[in-house]
Design a binder for this molecule. Structure first.
Ligand SMILES: NC(=O)c1ccc[n+]([C@@H]2O[C@H](COP(=O)([O-])OP(=O)(O)OC[C@H]3O[C@@H](n4cnc5c(N)ncnc54)[C@H](O)[C@@H]3O)[C@@H](O)[C@H]2O)c1
Length: 393
């Protein structure tokens, strides 16, 4: 058997995503043994030496760095994985591309379209492999939704509806900025729920249903001032706490999206429903192994919503896991994306969403925020979504 090519990873950022990605790299060789490229956890970086050493010991990294520039300067790093807050994505990615590194970047790609455009241009100019961790595409039930739509089972699509609801910022005492609450600081995050949560919904939606062409949005910031964790000063809040928008898709269907961090009782309720001429599907992150499906062509007396437990070996990714009937979890979406990245190196095909695809999502996010400010419909500038027609696993 030919030997595998090692891809030496330099991970930057050791928080929530640093853990999910490290788990992904560690699991890929066990569960995707046929891949010809395989990860080596070469180095991990965050700014506190003691903490990053503890992380390296826990997850199996060979070495540590405390400055991301040192990761990029190393000759023994092939791929840089960016798991830092949004304000550093552009600087790190552009430097990594110039150094010829492959790049896996967390979402949203950047804070603005301008940054995202520079990043997409940089990876394409350098000709380096790249992907953005819009991981929900790789939950098997969501991938199955893509297969059902591509196979034409739904027929013409009329409606796409998505929500992403949380409740963790209702207290006015939650600070903005700093460790753990950088999402509340517009300078670090770029936006609030639009870039953080709706970006996921938009990526999934354009992958399943094609380009979003124009949007009309409303946003609200319920708590107008919060203390900044770094300065100790009470400052105006610049992020959107909640956002609702409706839109047209390029295929003529209508979309309705809502996200908030003020939906008491909901922690991470990402749901979508798609209504087509013949059939509908819906999915709920809190019950992620199931896809609900209604087919009007079923015989009348048994027609109704069916709940498909997406755990069988002929359903997406599930031949890699246990036996039919046994579910998998949130973390597997990252294992799948890591595996698909290495598979893309085997095949030479892009690992979607690429930076270019994520730039399109960024354009929709920015149009949403512009529409909320102008109180007018806003064109997104997205005419086609490249990943919409992609070949599936
Ligand atoms: N795909 C998803 O579902 C998902 C979920 C959560 C977060 N994210 C994205 O992942 C990114 C990180 O989010 P998180 O929740 O892991 O954040 P986090 O606050 O948990 O972790 C951020 C990490 O980055 C480190 N860091 C910050 N600035 C740095 C710098 N200049 N150099 C080196 N390290 C630095 C911090 O020390 C920390 O270890 C964000 O872009 C976020 O939007 C994606």
């Amino acid at each position: 058997m030919p030997s595998k090519k090692e891809i030496r990873i330099g991970l930057i950022g050791t928080g929530f995503m640093g853990r999910t990605h490290s788990n992904g790299y560690n699991r890929v060789p066990n569960f995707f043994p046929d891949l010809m490229h395989t990860p080596v956890l070469k180095t991990v970086c965050s700014r506190n030496a003691e903490k990053v050493q503890a992380f390296a010991d826990q997850w199996g990294y060979e070495s540590i760095e405390t400055d991301w520039r040192a990761v990029i300067a190393r000759d023994d790093i092939d791929a840089v994985d960016i798991c830092t807050p949004n304000d550093s994505h552009a600087e790190i990615a552009i430097a990594a591309a110039k150094a010829g590194k492959m790049i896996l970047c967390e979402k949203p790609l950047a804070r603005t379209v301008t940054e995202a455009q520079q990043m997409a241009d940089a990876v394409e100019k350098a000709g380096v492999a790249n992907t953005v961790w819009y991981n929900y595409r790789r939950i098997p039930a969501v991938t199955l939704a893509k297969q059902l739509i591509t196979s034409g089972k739904l027929g013409r699509i009329f409606h796409y509806r998505a929500n992403f609801l949380q409740d963790w910022t209702i207290s006015a005492d939650v600070p903005q900025g700093g460790t753990g609450t950088w999402r509340m600081d517009v300078d670090a995050a770029g936006s609030g729920v639009t870039g953080d949560l709706l970006a996921h919904c938009i990526d999934t939606a354009m992958w399943l249903n094609g380009a979003i062409t124009d949007v009309s949005a409303v946003t609200e910031t319920f708590v107008k001032e919060r203390m900044h964790a770094l300065t100790g000063k009470v400052q105006p809040v610049g992020i959107d706490d909640a956002c609702i928008f409706h839109c047209h898709f390029q295929n003529g269907s209508l979309g309705l999206f809502e996200s908030t961090r003020y939906a008491r009782g909901h922690k991470a309720l990402y749901t979508f429903e798609i209504n087509g001429e013949h059939a509908s599907i819906r999915w709920d992150l809190h019950d992620l192994n199931r896809l609900e499906y209604f087919d009007h062509r079923d015989e009348g007396i048994v027609r109704g919503w069916r709940s498909i437990h997406v755990t069988d070996g002929d359903q997406p990714y599930m031949d890699k896991w246990w036996v039919p009937g046994l579910g998998i979890g949130y973390e597997h979406s990252f294992i799948h994306q890591a595996a698909d990245f290495f598979k893309s190196l085997d095949t030479g095909e892009p690992c979607r969403p690429t930076f270019r695809d994520a730039l399109e999502t960024q354009k929709v996010c920015e149009a949403v925020l512009e529409s909320a400010t102008s109180r007018r419909w806003q064109d997104t500038g997205v005419e086609e979504f490249a990943g919409f027609n992609q070949e599936l696993v």
